[in-house]
Design a protein around this ligand. Structure first.
Ligand SMILES: C[S@@+](CC[C@H](N)C(=O)[O-])C[C@H]1O[C@@H](n2cnc3c(N)ncnc32)[C@H](O)[C@@H]1O
Length: 285
């Protein structure tokens, strides 16, 4: 069997595995980014900035949109909850210069990968730990000035436990910024709900979040609906891979099929099932 056919089979199997397990999905995304861009990349939605944005520009725009809510991170200790492969934590360290960043994720493979990337880059002032957002073991009370959480909270079944933990690990006066997919009032088929459970997708209504923030002692002082720029980020994707050539016509076709399937899924959700919000909140001093 030729190498191209073997690769094609692997890609097809990968596409199916990615659709049915969160761990597989992240493994495949990390591998895919490494293949296309030469190294792992942030794993979140693109936010439209300009028609010449690559996928990576769009993703950085989303991080920047979240970081606008932190007035000044210099001299602050920041915790990123659900940091994935750590690339976003490293981006924040490089571009927004907090004193120290800790990235935390439930998936130990992601945490190990993040540690390896940071070591390869020779980064100091950053570390990564494996822990659960709903029970942040290993993180002392009041250890952080700032907590960031991007596109991860919809995976947590117990949001009040998560928000109580954010409150616990923040210093008084500390800020929490969360970007998350929120459920719109809608009716979904039981089949779609079953599939969401498989992928650990537990969307919440905006009002449930607002109540739970208040109950946890986190006062929301800003909220932004970014559904429109994120949808536009998906729609205007002509320049996504402009700086990157994927080797092999068959492999390219497969990767593009995977990308199309992902884009279709996310656009369908953003149009019919979810909105995308940023919440910014402060722990009472
Ligand atoms: C879409 S990725 C986002 C990664 C990163 N925040 C970024 O923007 O590049 C979601 C991450 O949430 C993590 N996650 C899911 N459930 C978690 C939990 N209970 N505690 C901590 N992390 C969790 C997943 O392992 C995954 O790495």
């Amino acid at each position: 069997m030729s190498e191209a056919v073997v690769q094609t089979d692997r890609a097809t199997v990968g596409l199916i595995r990615a659709a049915f397990s969160l761990g597989n999905y992240h493994q495949i995304m990390n591998d895919l980014y490494e293949e296309v861009f030469g190294e792992p990349q942030m794993v979140h939605f693109p936010y439209y900035g300009s028609p010449t944005d690559t996928l990576l520009d769009g993703q950085a725009n989303l991080t920047d949109a979240c970081l606008e809510f932190f007035p000044d991170l210099s001299d602050q200790r920041l915790l990123e909850v659900g940091c994935g492969n750590g690339v976003q934590s490293m981006y924040v360290l490089a571009n927004h210069r907090p004193r120290h960043v800790t990235g935390m994720d439930l998936n130990p493979n992601n945490v190990a990968l993040a540690g390896r990337i940071a070591a390869d880059k020779g980064l100091s002032n950053i570390d990564f730990i494996a822990s659960d957002a709903q029970d942040m073991q290993g993180i002392p009370d009041g250890a952080f000035d700032a907590v960031l959480n991007v596109e991860s909270a919809f995976h947590y079944p117990d949001k009040p436990a998560f928000l109580n933990e954010v409150h616990r690990v923040l210093k008084p006066g500390g800020r929490f910024v969360m970007a998350d997919l929120l459920m719109k009032p809608n009716r979904r088929s039981p089949l779609l709900r079953m599939w969401e459970r498989r992928l650990s997708q537990h969307y919440w209504f905006a009002d449930s979040y607002r109540t739970a923030f208040a109950d946890a002692g986190l006062k929301i002082d800003a909220e932004r609906d970014i559904t429109a720029p994120v949808l536009r980020g998906f729609r205007e994707r002509s320049a996504w891979f402009r700086n990157h050539k994927i080797r092999g016509a068959l492999r390219r076709a497969h990767i593009m099929l995977f990308v199309r399937a992902q884009v279709f899924r996310h656009v369908y959700y953003l149009q019919n099932i979810c909105s995308y919000h940023i919440f910014s909140a402060v722990k009472a001093g």
